[in-house]
Design a protein around this ligand. Structure first.
Ligand code: ADP
Length: 352
């Protein structure tokens, strides 16, 4: 059920009706009936929706209504009414204080969770560092050699300006490549909210494979890539999706560490279901998934690795779901593991 904003007319109306009812009961009944204590329930219910200042304002209104009821009540013993009203105001005050504390504690937990996610991302980056260093080094080396070449073209008598211009254009292109890689690393570590845009899933997969190339080569993993033709663009945060792909590739490499080198095969297949979803499956020939509760691998902190955090897949699931998609794990016949995620296409999102 979608949650209503605190300013939604229905929420405001419900609040006014309940408060009016309490006020009425408190006013028309005997001084001995401490109906004002029910304002505490209103405060508690509102604490989930109202910001701190709003809650304090609401508590002030409840206290004022309690005082007003006391002056308007015509039945019972005046002294009992005075004590009951004071107790009611105290209950409202204490409830507001506790509700504010509770909300602050919840905010602190959320903050800690967000930090934990960033730590997890940073650890993924740590694992990818080797590949990334390799990837950044390549354009840098190319830039250095193009720069030397252009110096030589310019030093000629007469200077060969055409050749110098061509090598400088290569320098510019290589510099862009290097800065793209850096931008991707920054995206991985920033822990940003999804920025959904249309992008080509096939290209994203190819880029992530290129980024993981040295890791895959180092472990002797052969890659079979089957890219669906005419894939419509996915609508999601490209950087987050690429991080998920990177996670799945690294997990597959880890899972195949005990597989004989000749059988270390990784298959990546993209496809379109014809109903508004593009998908990627990543299948390896490694140790495979636990036979019961395959879904456990997505639990936070569930890991079988000595130095694993058990956050990669849980994070991947949150990211895919935050982008309107789904991810699941399967035990394919023939062994190994298969992870499949689906993402909405740009047209599906536009019609949703
Ligand atoms: P970590 O890699 O830090 O353990 P993950 O959340 O990425 O955290 O993975 C959780 C666990 O799921 C891993 O420890 C491993 O036991 C299991 N797992 C993940 N991917 C695979 C895979 N491709 N094959 C077999 N087991 C896997």
């Amino acid at each position: 059920m979608p949650s209503l904003s605190p300013r939604h007319p229905l929420v405001v109306l419900a609040l006014i009706i309940v408060m009016a009812a309490i006020f009425l009961v408190d006013t028309v009944t005997d001084y001995a009936v401490a109906a004002a204590c029910f304002y505490a329930a209103v405060i508690l219910a509102a604490s989930r929706r109202l910001p701190g200042r709003g809650l304090i304002a609401l508590a002030a209104i409840c206290i004022a209504l309690t005082g007003l009821s006391f002056f308007l009540t015509r039945f019972g013993t005046y002294r009992i009414g005075l004590v009951n009203s004071a107790i009611g105001m105290l209950v409202i005050g204490i409830t507001t204080y506790l509700a504010l504390k509770m909300e602050a504690a919840k905010a602190a937990v959320q903050d800690a969770q967000a930090r934990l996610l960033r730590v997890a991302r940073a650890s993924t980056v740590g694992e990818l560092t080797t590949s990334i260093a390799h990837e950044v080094n390549q354009p840098l080396a190319a830039i250095a050699s193009s720069a030397e070449a252009s110096q030589r073209w310019l030093a000629q008598e007469p200077p060969n300006l055409d050749k110098a211009r061509q090598t400088i254009a290569r320098i510019v292109a290589d510099a862009h490549r290097a800065s793209d890689v850096i931008a991707r690393i920054r995206g991985l570590t920033q822990g940003a909210a999804p920025e959904r845009q249309a992008f080509d899933l096939n290209l994203a997969v190819e880029e992530m494979l290129a980024l993981s190339r040295s890791e895959l080569e180092q472990h002797g993993v052969t890659v079979a890539l089957v890219l669906g033709s005419d894939l419509p663009p996915a609508h999601a945060d490209r950087v987050q999706v690429q991080q998920v792909i990177g996670n799945l590739i690294l997990n597959a490499v880890d899972a195949m560490s005990d597989t004989p080198v000749s059988e270390r095969r990784l298959s990546l297949v993209t496809s379109y279901d014809g109903r508004g979803h593009v998908s990627l499956s990543v299948r390896d020939r490694g140790v495979g998934l636990p036979s019961e509760q395959t879904d456990r691998v997505f639990d936070a902190f569930w890991t079988t690795k000595a130095n694993g955090l058990g956050l990669g897949l849980s994070l991947s699931r949150s990211m895919i779901e935050a982008n309107g998609g789904h991810i699941r794990a399967e035990r394919p016949p023939g062994g190994g593991a298969c992870f499949i995620f689906e993402l909405p296409t740009a047209t599906e999102t536009a019609h949703a």
